[in-house]
Write a new protein. Structure first.
Ligand SMILES: [Cu+2]
Length: 160
């Protein structure tokens, strides 16, 4: 396989990315944290993204203030905004979690950015991620590193 073809296949796999479902869900007080996962990173990558769903089932608002993980030297909470045709990531102070609401961190939207990764993230690996909420305090979840299901990867693992 030529390098060019492999690169094209990689780009296609990223564009068609759909995670294989294998992570578990967590409940902490009135917060439900669903399906924490991270993208497998290329060998030379220094940064990676982690994603999850936060549902606030309570009557009071809360906020996700920060995250930390032993997998990375620094961890930031990012949003993605469009600047013309260019997607830009920027660090946000917090993610607001209104009462009875659900916020999805996903590729192309809010995400947790793992900076200065200590090692590349490999599919099948797991690492802890501690989320700090303004009211609910700290919650540590296990993040599953998932391979992107490309054109030939299929969606056999999808459950929702
Ligand atoms: Cu980012």
């Amino acid at each position: 396989m030529s390098f060019g073809f492999r690169l094209a296949a990689l780009v296609l796999a990223i564009l068609l990315a759909a995670p294989l479902v294998q992570a578990r869900d967590y409940t902490h007080g009135s917060l439900k944290i669903g399906h924490p996962w991270a993208r497998e990173t290329p060998r030379m990558a220094r940064a990676g993204g982690a994603f999850l769903v936060i549902e606030n089932t309570g009557d009071a608002a809360d906020r996700l203030l920060k995250a930390s993980s032993p997998a990375a030297a620094r961890t930031e909470v990012h949003s993605v905004t469009m600047d013309g045709n260019v997607m830009r990531m920027r660090e946000v102070e917090a993610i607001d979690l209104a009462a009875k609401s659900k916020v999805e961190l996903k590729p192309g939207g809010y995400h947790i950015m793992l900076m200065e990764l200590k090692a590349p993230l490999k599919a099948g690996d797991k690492f802890p991620l501690t989320l700090t909420f303004e009211k609910a305090g700290d919650v540590t979840v296990e993040v599953a590193v998932e391979k992107m299901a490309g054109p030939s990867g299929g969606h056999g693992g999808m459950k929702h």
